[in-house]
Ligand binder design. Structure first.
Ligand SMILES: CC(=O)SCCNC(=O)CCNC(=O)[C@H](O)C(C)(C)COP(=O)(O)OP(=O)(O)OC[C@H]1O[C@@H](n2cnc3c(N)ncnc32)[C@H](O)[C@@H]1OP(=O)(O)O
Ligand SMILES: CC(C)C(=O)C(=O)O
Length: 559
């Protein structure tokens, strides 16, 4: 049960007094160094960790999309992990420009086994960690600050000694004061300085100080303050990198990473789609595409997002949420009328103007850049407006509905979606449109042939009906006026055309023409009809004829 006085149970985590903070005035201008920890932090959080074959497949994929640093295993944890590192090294599966990283607790026997796993590697990052926050020092380790520093120093010394004895590998040390975000700043500084002191970073032996938000306990600005304060306090030379490892317990992992990058961190560890312990590691897909959509190349390639999703889902057996930024099935989709209207206008605007910069209402990214089609951009349900169905007909059938048809058809679609209580598919919209406007493969009444003499204004046409061929004659200023005359005479009705529009379908010589009409019969309510024919004149005649059929209930019923 939730407490009425949560303050009796939970205290806020301390924040830093840092009026000199600079990061709020910075802007991001380049991608960080990425490290995928899908095969380690992501893997350790799965009910069924990956087997060697899955790890190999995922490793290949991570390389393919551009990762240059990949934490591949916790070799001391299991033979699967140990053997996987050996498989990568012995099988020469690691590209020259990719560094594998392995993690270990700061315990001598685990360090030894971890280093053994790396024998023969061209280059490797050895990642050693120990928790530093008060609650861990007290409850987990039963150590005071000096003892915790001594633990880290001993671990780094052991690793350094090994590295000195194995110069064939190009070594990088990564040290993580686990639970950094919950640790007193002066203690984080002290332990990192102690590690720096032992390791002595150099071009040949770089150092990564990885400052994790192991459990996210504060707002992202606090993490950024902590990172900036560390950078200010530590001697950060060209061989020392400040790295981030945010988790997402408060749902702000991405924001925390971005603010901490503003604060000066240049490397980020995380997982695709935010897999990882509890609420996950920071989501590297979102981080990368946040940069991309600001015009900054992320150096990771998500052109085929469906593959990325399929791969992650296969490896983790966890679904990617339909609303997951940039990747979910629904993230480029508008169901609502006003969004659809704005998006449709945005696309039309782009078509008319030679603009390069992407500025389309409601779409922060061009879906095509991540391999999505425009098909899913608009879907139609009872919340949709006139633009929704119009967009779908335009995208799928090349129809550019005039405003009066858009308006009328949206009422038909609305009635349909309300009646069925669910989304209407593209196929069903097309079916409804054809039925509504008499657009049948074989029209009920068909214009067989016609001759129009522009000089005299006389139109002669033959119409195919259920009774055979009927010959019609009419006269008027223009072919449509002559046709209206012919039909009025034939049907003994007052026929008038209130609206008429046409356009071609397609751009080649075989393209067809579509005509839209709004007609009135004996002064009644407008009847709308559409026809598609080989040429515009025939389409116009057929569209008006379709309206004649649609307004006559007996004929319509026969359709
Ligand atoms: C935040 C992170 O994600 S950190 C990474 C966590 N990942 C994993 O744990 C996945 C793989 N781990 C494993 O398979 C196992 O934990 C193993 C095989 C590595 C070790 O298992 P165990 O020997 O049973 O130890 P376990 O991990 O439970 O830790 C218990 C002991 O290690 C100590 N310990 C835990 N972490 C560390 C550390 N980073 N450095 C030094 N000692 C540590 C604990 O204080 C405890 O000591 P105690 O026995 O004296 O009380
Ligand atoms: C060991 C570290 C980097 C970690 O996984 C964490 O703190 O979450």
């Amino acid at each position: 049960m939730m407490h009425t006085h949560p303050e009796h149970k939970y205290a806020p985590y301390p924040v830093l007094e840092r009026p000199q903070r600079r990061w709020p005035n910075q802007v991001l201008s380049q991608a960080p160094r990425w490290c995928s920890t899908d095969l380690r932090d992501g893997n350790q959080a799965l009910a069924q960790p990956m087997d060697g074959a899955s790890k190999a497949e995922y490793f290949q994929y991570l390389v393919e999309i551009g990762f240059k640093e990949i934490e591949v295993a916790f070799p001391a944890a299991s033979s699967t992990d140990y053997d996987f590192v050996r498989y990568l090294i012995e099988g020469q599966h690691i590209p020259d420009d990719v560094s594998i990283q392995v993690i270990t607790q700061a315990r001598p026997e685990l360090i030894e086994r971890t280093l053994q796993s790396l024998l023969g590697a061209k280059q490797a990052i050895v990642h050693v960690y120990n928790a530093t926050a008060p609650v861990f020092r007290e409850q987990v380790f039963g150590m005071d600050k000096h003892e915790v520093i001594a633990l880290a120093v001993a671990a780094v010394t052991q690793i350094k000694t090994w590295c000195d004895a194995h110069p064939e590998t190009q070594w990088t040390l990564q040290y993580s004061p686990e639970t950094f975000c919950m640790t007193e700043l002066d203690f984080s500084i002290a332990i990192c300085q102690a590690v720096q002191e032992v390791w002595q970073a150099s071009a040949a032996r770089p150092l990564i100080l990885n400052l994790p938000a192991t459990v996210e306990v504060n707002t992202p600005n606090v993490y950024a303050d902590q990172i900036e304060a560390m950078i200010d306090a530590l001697a950060i030379d060209a061989h020392t990198t400040i790295s981030l490892h945010p988790h997402n317990d408060r749902g702000t992992g991405v924001a925390a990473a971005e603010l901490a990058m503003l604060a000066g961190a240049t490397r980020v560890e995380g997982c695709l789609f935010g897999n990882g312990e509890r609420t996950g590691n920071v989501d590297l897909v979102t981080l990368a595409l946040n940069l991309y959509s600001q015009g900054i190349h992320p150096q990771l390639d998500f052109s085929n997002m469906r593959k990325a999703v399929a791969m992650a889902e296969k490896m983790t057996a966890l679904p990617v949420h339909p609303r997951h930024p940039y990747a979910g099935e629904l993230v480029f989709t508008a169901f609502s009328g006003s969004h659809q209207d704005a998006i449709k206008k945005g696309f039309a605007w782009r078509e008319m103007r030679p603009v390069n910069l992407w500025q389309v209402p409601y779409l922060p990214l061009d879906p095509q850049d991540v391999g999505a089609t425009y098909e899913a951009v608009i879907r139609v349900n009872s919340q949709s407006g006139k633009s929704g169905a119009a967009w779908i007909l335009q995208q799928n059938h090349g129809l550019i509905l005039p405003a009066y048809v858009q308006k009328h058809f949206s009422q038909c679609v609305q009635a349909h979606t309300e009646q069925h209580g669910q989304e209407i598919s593209i196929a069903a919209i097309w079916q409804l449109f054809r039925q509504q406007y008499g657009l049948h493969a074989v029209p009920t009444w068909r214009v067989q042939d016609y001759v129009y003499d522009a000089e005299s204004g006389v139109l002669q046409a033959r119409v195919h009906t259920e009774h055979g061929l009927e010959s019609l004659v009419g006269k008027g200023k223009g072919m449509i006026a002559a046709w209206v005359h012919a039909l009025s005479t034939w049907r003994e009705q007052d026929v008038s055309v209130l609206h008429y529009d046409e356009h071609s379908l397609g751009q080649n010589t075989h393209s067809q023409a579509v005509a839209y009409v709004g007609c009135q019969f004996d002064g009644g309510a407008p009847v709308y009809a559409v026809a598609i024919e080989q040429d515009a004149s025939k389409a116009a005649l057929q569209a008006v004829l379709n309206a004649v059929v649609l307004q006559a209930p007996a004929l319509k019923a026969a359709v």
